[in-house]
Ligand binder design. Structure first.
Ligand code: TYD
Ligand code: MG
Length: 453
């Protein structure tokens, strides 16, 4: 006899529990466990009826080449996906509400359609007429893209099965409901079940499915992380409210490099691609000021220069402020501790504010030296040489470690008019004529050379 089992699932990590509790034992998060609709368990728990036949790897070479990727012609969008949409893949695009996901995907769908792909945009949030209005505003009314407004999963699958599009955008996964699950749309079990059915459909039919997902306040795609595990590619669309820039970032990609970014600017006429992000992120730099360091970073496969800004001021608080925007605050604490312990430069009693200009996020350890340079420059009130870019990883001993792709970083810097680089002594650099290279063995040496302390 089939029996129902109620499950409790953590929305943060997707772990299932037998009973509710305030804290998830798997990931340690509080208040993330919610009850899920009962799953019916059939009697058939033995062996399956179908026997699979594994194929030797060497035998696969005779199979035909995979179908080509669908390119939209929006370079930034295609690059983040690893060179276009892979047929039959499932892609999740997450982001805060209002960040521009619908705008981006409507533009991308139109671009795909113009490029000869059979593309369809299904909205569960807006009526077709509203989507058409938006498309008109974006100047896309003539694109051969097809629109639909549907929230019932079963109807969506029927539509896709009949239309057989190359690419289908579903905006958003939280509005879908499936009649096999007794729970409200947007709930964990609905989101999971809808995602599962759509991913299965994508694999079977060869239609690439792009799912839009809203991110909750805590920065997770609503519904459990399980959706992220199910799809091939997870992309976040991020940006600061006060900034025009939007960054499309691949956090997982089975068909391309993760960490690849695409940069867009939100304009009155939709999202415009930014082909030279370094120039954009550095465009607000004026006179050399203390606390500003230019970091030559790598985002995915592309070098991107960013400005790291620091402000250090006497604190009136018992435990001084550490306000960090766009950088990992744990990393910043480590750098502050290394400066204190290895170079005898204390930051106790000082408020520290750190920021990456332009609303960019920098996660590379290679940014360590630039962060330390910005902090020291702000603390000593001495501006860093404005013609220099900085990179290098700081170890806990205060030594500097070389980083990957130094030449790419330096070539980008040279293109933007920088003539000097401050980098670790052990860094191998070849063929960078015309660039002055200052090599530094450890943090103490850097402090001595740059700030004369
Ligand atoms: P939207 O794509 O609806 O966001 P999401 O789907 O992520 O919730 O974008 C909404 C925001 O974008 C809204 O605040 C207005 C802004 N926007 C522009 O600035 N220019 C435009 O051309 C469009 C269509 C939207
Ligand atoms: Mg939307």
């Amino acid at each position: 006899m089939a029996k129902s089992v109620t499950a409790f699932t953590c929305t943060a990590c997707g772990a299932t529990h037998r009973k509710w509790s305030g804290r998830c034992e798997a990931c340690g998060e509080w208040n993330t466990i919610i009850e899920e609709a009962p799953l019916s368990q059939g009697p058939g728990r033995g062996l399956g009826a179908v026997r699979g036949k594994p194929v030797p790897l060497s035998g696969l070479s005779t199979l035909e080449a995979p179908p080509p990727r669908a390119c939209s012609g929006m370079t930034e969008f295609d690059r983040v996906l690893g060179g276009g949409v892979v047929p039959g893949s499932a892609i999740l695009v997450g982001g805060d509400p209002g960040i521009g996901k619908s705008t981006l995907l409507l533009q991308a769908t139109a671009a795909l359609a113009r490029n000869g792909q059979n593309a369809i945009y299904l909205s569960g949030e807006e009526a077709s007429a509203q989507v058409r209005l938006r498309a008109q505003r974006l100047g896309l009314s003539d694109a051969p893209v097809r629109l639909g407004a549907e929230t019932a999963l079963r109807n969506i699958l029927t539509t896709l099965d009949a239309e057989k599009p190359d690419v289908a955008v579903i905006d958003s996964i939280q509005t879908l409901w499936s009649d096999t699950v007794e729970a409200a749309p947007g709930s964990v079990s609905q989101v999971r079940s809808a995602a599962h059915e759509l991913v299965t459909f994508a694999k079977r039919s060869g239609t690439a499915i792009i799912l839009v997902g809203h991110v909750t306040k805590e920065g997770q795609i609503a519904g459990p992380r399980v959706v992220e595990h199910m799809v091939d590619t997870v992309i976040y669309f991020e940006g600061e409210r006060g900034h025009q820039f939007r960054i499309l970032r691949a956090v997982k990609n089975r068909f391309g490099p993760a960490d690849e970014i695409g940069v867009f600017e939100m304009t009155g006429g939709g999202l415009a691609e930014v082909t030279n992000p370094s120039a954009l992120f550095l465009s607000e730099r004026g006179q050399p000021v203390p606390g500003s360091a230019v970091f030559a970073g790598i985002e995915g496969t592309r070098p991107v220069l960013t400005e790291i800004q620091a402000l250090v001021a006497p604190s009136t608080l018992a435990s001084p402020r550490r306000t960090v925007v766009g950088l990992d605050s744990g990393r910043v604490s480590t750098i502050l501790a290394v400066l204190e312990a290895r170079c005898a430069i204390p930051f106790a009693g000082l408020d520290v504010f750190l920021n990456v200009a332009g609303g960019m996020r920098v996660n590379e350890p290679a940014a360590d030296l630039a962060i330390a340079a910005a902090l020291l420059s702000a603390r000593e009130d001495i501006a860093l040489p404005p013609e220099a870019v900085i990179f290098g990883e700081i170890s806990l001993s205060g030594a500097l470690r070389p980083v990957a792709q130094a030449e790419n970083r330096l070539k980008e810097a040279q293109k933007l008019g920088f003539s000097r680089a401050i980098l670790p002594e052990a860094q191998k650099v070849e063929g960078m004529a015309g660039m002055r290279i200052d090599r530094i063995s450890d943090l103490t040496g850097f402090v001595g050379e740059t700030f004369g302390a």
